[in-house]
Design a protein around this ligand. Structure first.
Ligand SMILES: *Cc1c(COP(=O)(O)O)cnc(C)c1O
Length: 454
């Protein structure tokens, strides 16, 4: 069998897959926090282009990918699937381990899969500037890359911790012409307020989102873009799983287990939703597992209820697994996973037990990341190591049970800009960061958002 399973450019899928068409229980509607009434799509119009709002609520099973977007995708897509023979040997497991490698994109992760269509639809609707937040810098890089392609200005609020840890991510964004501020910043009202209360804060994704939204809401030619969580973002990412199905067929194999790291849910959705479609349409029972950090365990230890998507409470209320919108996660290196909530669709799927979730502590994931780097050569992004940790645990279970199951991991990004993380790990500076129940209870007790009855 080949190690690398590739498709030709012609085989890039021409539609995105919308899982809401197949879900037994549809996601609950977002609520207006003032009236507690369901909001319609028009409420999102000040922030997002119309076409993306349509995609946010569409019930069609498939959405066409515009030719111009597919042309840009073809710069790095289809991305390869590899069989991780050396990792299998290292673990001495009868399991077969494959990974879909999204690190071959220009920015090094899956994020351009949605940044490109978001910039494309914005351009079509005359948008001049897009603001956004970024955690690890992956999303900011992807949006900067996409915006320059369509000649749109891009302004990025980067979580201060990452701004300090990953200076070269900032330079990367500057190279594509974007402006980058450490968040919280003095550029916005919410940023100034948070700095006044806590000048030493390391920031959080929730805070950076509030800043970017405030900026976009104050100018009619400026829109806001989100790199995860929302339905249209997950929709765009389904290009990953659709390609992977074709590649696994080519390899004459099919996964029993699909695994991806989880921040807001976009790379997980991207890989897993097309495989869940096989469960819905063809009666397969492929297990889909989301891997999160023990320091930010919304799926495994959070509550399912309405909450805000950002810290300041500027978004609609969304039905999701959450640790509370003012929860500030420990300063772990996996910046892309430092988010208090989870996407609405993924939350409903977890509630309905159609997917699973696992949490791993900070030492486990670096151990997994270094194992992977030694075996397969690629140094994973700190986010991606979470999925690898779950895959290793499943491969070890297969060994104990003498089963040769097939595992497919989303290797959603390389860690070439994350050497500070690996340096800290080798220097023994990484701690486990497992949350106590008191910390979780205290954060959730501060919520006064609506509960969702069972
Ligand atoms: C952004 C990011 C994540 C987390 O976001 P999701 O929306 O959950 O995918 C994970 N890994 C990498 C490499 C990222 O850039």
């Amino acid at each position: 069998m080949e190690r690398k399973i590739t498709l030709s450019e012609k085989e890039i899928p021409d539609k995105w897959y919308n899982i809401t068409a197949d879900m037994p229980n549809k996601p609950l509607p977002p609520l207006n926090p003032g009236t507690m009434e369901p909001i319609g799509p028009e409420a999102l119009a000040p922030l997002f282009p119309m076409e993306l709002i349509k995609q946010e609520v569409t019930t069609e099973k498939y959405v066409d990918i515009p030719d111009e977007v597919r042309n840009i995708y073809s710069m790095w897509r289809p991305t390869p699937v590899y069989r991780a023979y050396n990792l299998e040997k290292m673990l001495d497991t009868p399991a077969k381990i494959y990974y879909k490698y999204e690190g071959v994109s220009p920015t090094g992760s899956h994020k351009p899969n949605t940044a490109v269509p978001q910039a494309y639809y914005s351009k079509q609707e005359g948008v001049k500037k897009i603001t956004t937040e970024t955690g690890a810098g992956q999303w900011g890089s992807a949006l900067s890359f996409a915006c320059q392609h369509f000649d749109i200005e891009c302004e990025v609020f980067m979580v201060k911790l990452s701004f300090l840890h990953k200076p070269y991510r900032k330079v990367m964004m500057n190279t594509w012409g974007a402006t980058v501020h450490p968040s919280p910043s003095n550029e916005t009202e919410i940023g100034r307020k948070i700095l006044a209360e806590n000048p030493d804060t390391t920031g959080s994704l929730g805070i950076a989102i509030s800043e970017a939204i405030e900026r976009a809401a104050s100018d009619e030619h400026t829109k806001y873009a989100l790199g995860s969580v929302l339905n249209h973002v997950k929709l765009h990412q389904t290009i990953i799983g659709q390609e992977a199905i074709l590649q696994m067929e080519k390899a004459g194999d099919m996964p029993d287990i699909v695994i991806a790291p989880f921040g807001g849910g976009s790379n997980f959705a991207g890989l897993a939703f097309p495989f869940l479609r096989l469960n819905f349409d063809e009666g397969k029972s492929i297990r889909c597992i989301a891997s999160e950090p023990s320091s930010c365990p919304k799926l495994t230890r959070g509550v399912f209820r309405y909450d805000f998507g950002d810290t300041a409470g500027m978004t609609p209320l969304l039905p999701m697994y959450t640790l509370g919108h003012d929860f500030v996660p420990a300063p772990i290196h996996a910046g892309g996973l430092r988010y208090h909530g989870a996407g609405v669709i993924v939350s409903q799927l977890l509630k309905d037990k159609l997917i699973e979730a696992r949490a791993h502590d900070n030492l486990e994931v670096f151990d997994a990341g270094v194992k992977f780097a030694k075996a397969e050569g690629i140094i994973p992004a700190p986010e991606a190591t979470h999925g690898i940790a779950t895959a290793i645990a499943e491969a070890e279970r297969c060994k104990r049970e003498g089963k040769s199951e097939t595992i497919l991991i989303n290797m959603c990004g390389h860690g070439n800009f994350d050497m500070k993380a690996y340096e800290d790990y080798f220097a023994g500076k990484i701690t486990k960061h497992v949350l106590s129940q008191e910390e979780i209870d205290a954060s959730i007790a501060r919520l006064n958002t609506p509960l969702i009855p069972d």
